[in-house]
Design a protein around this ligand. Structure first.
Ligand code: CMP
Length: 140
């Protein structure tokens, strides 16, 4: 089925100047960019986005990292987009990520892991709505 997923290029990968290289991988996999914006998240915005992780021991480090610089937030659309995007990203911990995945190629640690992607249809809908009003999403 055609799905939408939320992709975030995190501050480490933005700082490495690899937005285009990561976007190229999405395009090569037939994922279309249907909305995009660069944003410097406030602490409250980052905490809100990652609210499901609020009780986890890594929450503070995660929030501090996500506000350390601008991120590139994108909505991708395509066949099986959620799983396809997760496969392109590779495992959360880059040490465990398969060769040729975004995290294996661009991430330095489990915190600075280059990208975020929605993990299921329900979370994708919530995550997309967090950043984009319906009128700024251009399905095609
Ligand atoms: P992300 O997909 O953005 O979702 C939550 C983030 O928390 C995750 O990527 C990692 O960058 C970060 N994180 C740090 N430690 C852990 C951990 N032990 N398990 C899962 N995520 C972690």
């Amino acid at each position: 089925a055609i799905e939408r997923t939320l992709s975030i290029i995190k501050p480490d990968a933005v700082a490495k100047n690899v937005i285009g290289q990561i976007y190229s991988r999405f395009e090569a996999a037939d994922l279309k960019i249907i909305a995009a914006r660069m944003v410097q998240l406030s602490r409250a915005e980052a905490e809100g986005f990652y609210a499901v992780h609020a009780a986890r021991p890594f929450f503070n480090d995660l929030v501090n990292f996500m506000i350390s610089g601008p991120v590139m937030v994108t909505v991708l659309e395509g066949e099986n987009a959620i799983l396809k995007h997760r496969d392109l990203m590779g495992a959360t911990d880059p040490k465990k990520a398969e060769k040729g995945t975004i995290r294996a190629d661009f991430a330095d640690s489990i915190d600075a892991n280059a990208v975020h992607g929605s993990d299921a249809a329900e979370t994708a809908a919530v995550e997309i709505a967090y950043y984009f009003p319906a009128l700024s999403i251009y399905s095609r």
